[in-house]
Design a protein around this ligand. Sequence first.
Ligand code: ADP
Ligand code: MG
Length: 711
Amino acid sequence: MTSSLDAFFQPRSIAVVGASRRPDTIGYQIVDNLLRHGYTGVVYPVNPMASAVHSIPSYPSVSDIPGTVELAVIVVPKELVLDVVDECGKKGVKALVVISAGFKEVGGEGVAREARLAEVARSWGMRVVGPNCMGILNTDPAFSMNATFAPSMPPPGCTSFMSQSGAMGVTILDYAAEYGIGIHHFVSVGNKLDLSGNDLVEYWGQDEGTRVMLMYLENFGNPQRFTTLARTMTRTKPIVVVKSGRTKAGARAAASHTGALAGVDVAIDALLAQCGVLRADSVQELFDIAMALEDQPIPAGNRVAIVTNAGGPGIMIADACESQGLEIVELSLDTQTRLREVFPAEASVRNPVDMIASATSESYRLALEAVLADPNVDAAIAAFVPPLGVRQVDVASSIVGVYRSRKPADKPILAVLMGRHGLPEGRAELRDAGVPAYTFPESAARALSAMVHYRRWLERPVQEPAHFDVDREAAKAILDGARADGRSSLKEHEALRLLEVYGIPVVGHRLTTTLDEARDAARECGYPVVMKAVAPGVVHKTDVGAVRVDIRSQEELDGAFGDLIRKLGEAGVDLEGILVQRYASGGRETVIGMSTDPAFGPILMFGLGGIYVEALKDVAFRLAPVAEVDAMEMLTSIRGARLLEEFRGESSVDRAALVETIQRISQMVLDHPDVAELDINPCLAFPSGVLAVDCRVTIGPHPGATIDSQP
Ligand code: ADP
Ligand code: MG
């Protein structure tokens, strides 16, 4: 592979500009790390005040360096960076790692300085990592390059890591070194002036030494490019992301349901789910997951067997697994009989298999082999509390023995070692052999659950969004008409019409202004009907008593008509008219909506609830465009998914019709970017078909109009 990024990871020579003789400086640390960890190329310290740094000759400037320089690590004060970069360009340096801070992150003149840095680097065709970063690292023994100022060097491995935060980078490397997690490449991208997370995903996707990619993200520079890249890369290599600032959204004030429920965080969750990227909640969890993905096979399904030497841990692990969506499966009778033969009567041969405190390392071997041979089992967790009279390292090597002997190695084995202090014994042995070893049950459960999610992704069909034949022009006319009227939202009947022209079934309805019209409309729709007072300012009609359902006769209609007009008149509401609709009984209430995120574009929502949706918050999000599989996932991923199936004597709803409606909305909002928010609430779902009965649409500026074009 050759790429302009090779100069970062495989340089034959590195200049450290701003190298220092004072051990408490970054300029010293970088030189020290390069030498101490055995960088295989040549290091040139650059310092105008010193003739030697760290016992090697130093040069007053980059141009004084006698040989060629492939990579320059820049640690000089911010005011000097531009001159140094220019000099590097003249010298023929291919790539720069700018550690110095004082750029975009400080705002003001820092922004301008960063723009100039970009210009100068580009003019020489140099690639840049940073500025404001903590460096890069490649543990490949052919380079053994630690060009960071972190105090620790992780062991070599197959996981590549990008961190957007320098401070987190130090923690990450410490953690990796302490837990023996093998790192291949590490990059702290800092302000991402040039090299971005996306570039790294692309590079690592092709890089043989990288099997797992980890990312610590603070924001997405280009979510669209990330989605496209990650969707392909994750088919062969897992990507795990920890995104900081995880808060359960809903903070954005908006009138519409989707707007109120969607937030940045749901957009990110949706984006990651749609491109097969696994999300971790913390750096610890990120490593827990990475450890399992490094060497272990991806399980075929979610059925877990637990093997332990104490009841308590067995139950804790079982609970943790279940709360992560894993199944503590019933072992086959064969397996139970096989276990019964070798274990004492007090042992439990049902899952979790509790071999009790007398279990030896040999017991672990027998039990693991038995459960892994069981066709009901997809994965095994071996747990042990420090056993009396048995050496933990022996138990560990027993587990390693089973892992190594399995052919094919198609089921993962994870270990939980509940040590009393520090890192439990046996852990290193397991880790070295590629068996992830955890201290807490939750860690193992989270890691295994991530693997199961990854399996689902691998098996998910690759699908393009469907295209429906719709009346696009009619939709445009509705939106343009409202805008010409100076309105930022559609009237209710316009919104329903918009759905209709996109092929979404809408309940029979008519907007009326007089009692006679209402009577006619009701006859047309057919009793029973629903009457709704429509007024510009009213968002939730039910809240102001503006909805009357199940009106069965003209007499009832006459009464309700007068009632609605009087009531809303008293409340000072400016009435537009009375919407008469057919009363569609017996459907299950779902909500299908969309809101626009400035960075991520249209976010689609599906949920249960009707008027209770905001209280239940049982909704799922995906970014547009959605393919059929995405839309189906929205239906299955809500907590109340079972309510859409056959339930308490009610037959299941037409899920295909819901899935199609979501896809049609997806097409609509991409065809018409001026649809800023949309909510069908409820979209009634029946055993056959769906019906939209209430729809709200907010329109934004026409995509053609930009702020710049205004006088
Ligand atoms: P809003 O959401 O503004 O309060 P809706 O038009 O959604 O008003 O009506 C409120 C509730 O009334 C709906 O959630 C639904 O339960 C019921 N409803 C409204 N229209 C119909 C209809 N045509 N058929 C059956 N039920 C309806
Ligand atoms: Mg409603």
